[in-house]
Design a protein around this ligand. Structure first.
Ligand code: PLP
Length: 408
């Protein structure tokens, strides 16, 4: 149920052998099925803001459709949105990208996919600090590359150590991926962290760097967000700065992601996109442009709400027997260590040997959907999304406490 891995089958491509639905999506689907059968589920498995898309973005999408903006869009993105992205990078990141250094795709996910497909050959390696967002490794495999994981565990505050990054780099390394604030750990890299990583990368000029800044606006406790192309301008022509409307503006369903990067990389990515989806829904692009150019106060307002929820969830988890949870510095996930619960048995008689057993039993017995840490490269943990209403989170935490208290 939680790991749906596609086997190699006659008549089907080897490219997707061993690549299955992401555990977060599988859990969310299973929770949806249980909900359809009348069971009330507390779904804390998906990484999706519970807030609505801002009205001015919806209005802009509607107005664009009414005004006849319903034809095939430009493959690299419509001019109005590319200009809005250009302004965003200048305003928030101090980065100047020309319009042909910007690409709009169907979510940041397609940006990353385009980047890997545009650059990787069989046997190339993609260095990924781990824990990591599930899709990086699978997308690298689809692009015939090999993911190389760099562990960054609790003793490193879940931040990548520059020496470990350097040891992972070989002549076959095509990319280093960075994702801070991180999904799933919430770790945020400081300016000094990024400078130290940049020092390493300056010594390895054959490696591209992808920074996935999706959670840029979800940085707590007044920490500053920094991105590597701004921190080290000498790397600018090797960095792909990836972002999108999904998390910041609660626009997951509109499917708009964007990036800035060197022209030769962007033009190859446009070529890749042209062979798959062409461009991005014109209505979605109009809505995203309005979100980027419109009032930005909602970002701070929502960040404050997420921070309150984080504090509540982390306190409740740390009051749960067998659970230890660090304070995430950003994003909207708690990532507690549940190793002390393993080896124990639930009231229904399920022995919890792994974090996947824990997540499956929690869903069956307490109807709370979370994702097991192994799906993000770190067994013994759970990912709990706090992008949900406070009352739902309170109830979810109460059920997790009840579940853990009842273990024998
Ligand atoms: N990058 C990270 C780290 C994410 O967590 C997600 C979504 O969960 C994405 C990218 C994809 O975002 P989009 O909706 O723009 O495809």
């Amino acid at each position: 149920m939680l790991d749906s891995i596609a086997p190699t089958q006659p008549g089907l491509s080897d490219r997707l052998a061993g690549i299955g639905m992401a555990a977060s999506a599988a859990t969310t689907d299973f929770a949806r099925d249980l909900a359809a059968s009348g069971i009330q589920i507390i779904a804390l498995s998906s990484g999706e803001p519970d807030f609505p898309t801002p009205d001015h973005a919806i209005d802009a999408g509607f107005a664009a459709a009414r005004a006849g903006d319903t034809k095939y869009p430009a493959q690299s993105g419509n001019l109005a949105l590319k200009k809005a992205v250009q302004r965003k990078f200048q305003r928030e990141n101090g980065l100047d990208y020309a319009l042909d250094e910007i690409l709009i795709s169907n979510g940041a996910k397609q940006i990353i996919f385009n980047a890997l497909m545009a650059t990787c050959n069989a046997g190339d390696e993609v260095v990924i600090p781990s824990p990591y967002w599930i899709s990086y490794a699978d997308m690298a495999r689809v692009a015939a590359a090999t993911p190389v994981l760099v562990p960054c565990g609790p003793s490193d505050s879940f931040r990548p150590r520059p020496d470990r990054i350097e040891s992972a780099i070989t002549q076959r390394t095509k990319w280093l991926f960075l994702n801070f604030p991180n999904n799933p750990t919430g770790a945020v890299c400081s300016l000094a962290d990024l400078q130290a990583i940049a020092e390493v990368m300056l010594r390895h000029p054959h490696v591209w760097i992808l920074t996935d800044d999706m959670y840029e606006h979800l940085v707590f406790d007044d920490r500053a967000f920094r991105t590597i192309a701004e921190v080290e301008p000498r790397l600018r022509d090797r960095v792909l700065t990836v972002n999108g409307a999904s998390k910041a503006y609660a626009m997951t369903g509109w499917r708009v992601g964007y990036c800035g990067g060197p022209r030769r990389l962007i033009s190859t990515m446009v070529n890749m996109q042209g062979q798959s989806t062409s461009g991005v829904s014109s209505v979605g692009q109009a809505a995203a442009a309005a979100a980027l150019d419109g009032p930005q106060n909602l970002l701070a307002e929502r960040r404050a709400i997420y921070q309150e929820r984080r504090d509540m969830v982390v306190a409740a988890l740390n009051a749960t027997p067998g659970v230890v949870c660090h304070l995430p510095e950003g994003a909207f996930y708690a990532f507690p260590d549940i190793t002390a619960c393993l080896g124990r048995t639930t009231p229904a008689g399920t022995r919890l040997d792994t974090d996947a057993d824990f997540a499956a039993a929690l869903l069956r017995e307490q109807h709370v959907g979370v994702v097991h840490g192994a799906a993000y490269g770190l067994p013994g943990y759970l990912r709990i999304s706090f992008a949900a209403e406070t009352e739902i989170l309170r109830e979810g935490c109460a059920r997790i406490q009840e579940f853990c208290r009842a273990l024998t």
